[in-house]
Structures are given as C-alpha cells and as structure tokens.
Design a protein around this ligand. Structure first.
Ligand SMILES: NC(=O)c1ccc[n+]([C@@H]2O[C@H](COP(=O)([O-])OP(=O)(O)OC[C@H]3O[C@@H](n4cnc5c(N)ncnc54)[C@H](OP(=O)(O)O)[C@@H]3O)[C@@H](O)[C@H]2O)c1
Length: 295
C-alpha cells in the first residue's frame, strides 16, 4: 500500500515538475523609462543577492544595495554603473539588529521609485538547538523574519499608492518544506517566509504588487563557505544537486507576475518540494534528511 502511494506520489511529482513552466507578466521597464524604477536588495555583497543586482541592473533598474560589507557593495556598484549606466546606492547595515533594520526602513520610506524589494540576506548554522549559540540563533530569526517583515511593511504603501505596482521577493529555501535535525531555526524561519508571502499576496490581491517566496535548493554561493559547512563537506555533495546563482535568479525574475507565490528553481527541486508536501513521501524524506544531516 505504502509502495503504491510512494509510486503515485513520485509519478505526480515528476509530471508536475515537467509541466510547470513559471513565466510571468511583470511590467519590466524599457530602456527609456523615466524615472528608472529602483530595486532594493538585501545581502547584495555576495551570492544570490549580488546576482539579483547584476540581473536587475541589466533589466534597467537603479539599485539600492544592502549588506554589512560596504567595500564589496561599492565594488559591485561601480561595475554595474559602468556596465549598464544605472545608479547604485550603497547602504551598509547589519539587518540582524534593530538599528540596521531601522536605517534601511527609514530609507525605503523615502524611495518614491522603489519597485522591487528583494529580502535575500541570510545565513545558516549547523547543530542541534541544545548545542548552538543562542545569540546567533536570535540573529538568524531577526535577519530572516523581522527584517523582511519590517522592510516589506515599509515598502508597501509606496508601491501601492505611488506606483500601483511592484514586487516583494522573499528568498526562502526548499528547507521550508523539510523537517530535519541540526537546523531547526533555519527551517522554521524559511517556513515563515513562505507562509508570510502566501498570506500577504492574498491581502494584496488587485493592488498590482506581486509577492514571491523563492525556494532554492543547493546553490553555489558563499553560503557553504563557513567553518561549520566545511566540516560537513557540504560543497562535496553531488553535482546534480547544485544550481548556479545565475540560473536561480533568472528563474525567479522570469516567474515574477505569473500568479504563483512559491517559485522553486530547477525541475529536481520542484519535484522534491511536491514530494515533501505529500505525507507518506515526506515521512520517508524526513528520515533520509535525518541520516544525511545528523549532527
Ligand atoms: N546557497 C544556498 O544553497 C541557498 C539555498 C537556499 C536558500 N538560500 C538563501 O539564499 C539567501 C542568500 O544566500 P547566499 O546563498 O547568496 O549566501 P551568501 O553568498 O553567503 O550571501 C549572503 C548574503 O547575506 C548577507 N548577510 C548575512 N548576514 C547579514 C546581516 N546580519 N546583515 C545584512 N546582510 C547580511 C551577506 O552580506 P554581508 O556578510 O556583507 O553582510 C551576503 O551578502 C539566504 O537567505 C539563504 O538562506 C541559499
């Protein structure tokens, strides 16, 4: 019985993954749109955030780049200004604390042309809750939950009243759908971002503001470069599990405005998320996850 359900689940997952082509109808600016719309990206100093900056600059957006490492942001800003003739503002802020979030929140409230907010900044830790540094866990919850919620709230009135369109992209993870040991706060904060995005899109129906919860799987960035992830040899996981930041962001932007809140880049991960939402399969995958990620 379980085997039959497993088979049906896997077959449905595969069919859904193959059929699902997430293309959207977001009103992208043309080269001569004035004033140029602005995209604010958190965590723009590396990885997925830096890639959003590159692709949105290429699509004609001025940028506001947020992270702690200002030197990296200035370097990126200079190269994008030179390559695309757009204007890039650098905002150095630590979004794991109230002061940094207040600074960016205040700036957002004055941005008339803000059209896209990408809540992307994030990090992971490894270890059971009982063993990990409580301060770091608190910072994670602030960075993944409080910061996106407050920045979204600050951006919304301007998008709804002044522009009558816009987009909020919350970078979650496929981990939002999985439960496994050694990462409970990461999983819970990413699940928050999915639930928050889905609920918010219902509230915003008809407003012209699109909400997306992007759920990438393993993506080649600096995320796994920390000592904890090096010990786990995460970067040696098989090649087929990894996507490039370029592909992940391209799929996110192509899907904007397609009516779907949750966007999962890659056929493999789309099938995995569907499987994780199917009870019998989800139980099996939880057991596998606990073996793979035990710590
Ligand atoms: N890579 C993956 O496999 C993967 C998979 C699923 C989801 N994600 C999610 O994707 C998002 C981006 O991660 P990534 O893979 O691009 O990792 P990354 O290369 O390590 O980049 C993380 C970015 O977040 C910023 N950041 C971290 N702590 C911050 C803080 N306290 N305040 C402000 N900015 C902060 C970093 O900038 P500074 O250090 O300069 O502040 C950096 O720009 C994260 O939310 C992550 O959870 C990643």
């Amino acid at each position: 019985m379980n085997r039959r359900l497993l088979f049906i689940g896997l077959a449905t997952s595969a069919a859904w993954a193959l059929l699902h082509t997430p293309r959207g109808r977001f009103p992208w600016p043309s080269r001569n749109t004035t004033p140029r719309p602005v995209a604010l990206i958190t965590g723009a100093s590396a990885g997925i955030g830096a890639e959003y900056a590159r692709q949105l600059a290429a699509r004609g957006f001025d940028l506001a780049l947020v992270a702690r490492r200002a030197d990296r942001l200035y370097e990126l800003a200079q190269s994008l200004e030179a390559a695309h003739g757009v204007h890039c503002e650098v905002i150095a802020a630590d979004l794991a604390h109230d002061e940094g979030v207040s600074l960016v929140e205040a700036r957002i409230r004055t941005m008339d042309a803000l059209a896209i907010l990408v809540n992307n900044a994030g990090f992971g830790t490894i270890g059971r809750l009982v063993n990990v540094d409580p301060g770091r866990q608190q910072e994670m919850i602030y960075l993944h939950v409080m910061a996106p919620m407050r920045l979204t709230q600050a951006a919304l009135s301007g998008m709804m009243e002044r522009r009558r369109h816009g987009a909020i992209i919350n970078v979650a993870s496929v981990a939002a759908y999985w439960r496994f040991v050694g990462n409970v706060n990461y999983v819970a904060t990413k699940a928050y971002l999915v639930a928050f995005s889905e609920g918010l899109q219902i509230e915003l129906r008809g407003s012209g503001v699109h909400v997306q919860a992007l759920c990438p799987g393993f993506t080649r960035t600096e995320f796994h470069h920390t000592e904890e992830f090096k010990k786990r040899r995460a970067r040696q996981y098989p090649d087929f599990l990894w996507m490039s930041a370029e592909e992940v962001v391209r799929q996110s932007l192509d899907a904007l405005g397609n009516g779907r809140v949750v966007v999962v880049p890659g056929l493999f991960y789309r099938a995995l998320v569907l499987a994780l939402r199917t009870p019998v399969i989800s139980e099996a995958l939880t057991r596998i996850g606990n073996l793979l990620f035990r710590s």
